[in-house]
Design a protein. Structure first.
Length: 136
């Protein structure tokens, strides 16, 4: 059964980079897309989403407004959120984590870091990790 991920960013290029990276990961994932927080909420209300990747700075509805809205809605309050941003301030990251964000992925990121984060948040065991533990 695939996990469903929502990629929210006003940059089509960033959405495409995240999408391609996830497609190449070999993980069984369903991917959805939104260009801003308002579109993301529409997707979240129509589909079961396991994990949301969102930028912070977007028109119409920012990533922070999206996160705040999700945390107020009973059906969305437990949905995992990863902020994908160039924001590097530790104070800002600490604030996001305090608001219920599971992780912050700093742009630019490596495909390996993205895959490891998805595996960790969704509880997917990587074959390499499985093999290493099987040898003990």
């Amino acid at each position: 059964m695939p996990f469903n991920l929502l990629i929210v960013d006003d940059s089509e290029t960033v959405r495409s980079v995240i999408s391609k990276t996830l497609e190449l990961s070999g993980l069984d994932l369903g991917l959805y897309y939104a260009a801003n927080g308002r579109q993301a909420l529409d997707v979240l209300h129509e589909h079961w989403i396991d994990l949301v990747f969102t930028d912070l700075n977007m028109p119409v509805m920012t990533g922070m407004e999206l996160i705040e809205t999700m945390r107020r809605e009973a059906m969305l309050e437990k949905t995992s959120v990863v902020v994908v941003s160039a924001e590097g301030s530790q104070t800002r990251i600490d604030d996001l984590l305090a608001r219920g964000v599971q992780a912050c992925l700093h742009k630019p990121f490596t495909p390996e870091k993205l895959r490891a984060l998805v595996e960790d948040l969704l509880g997917i065991e990587h074959d390499e990790i499985k093999t290493r533990y099987d040898r003990r």
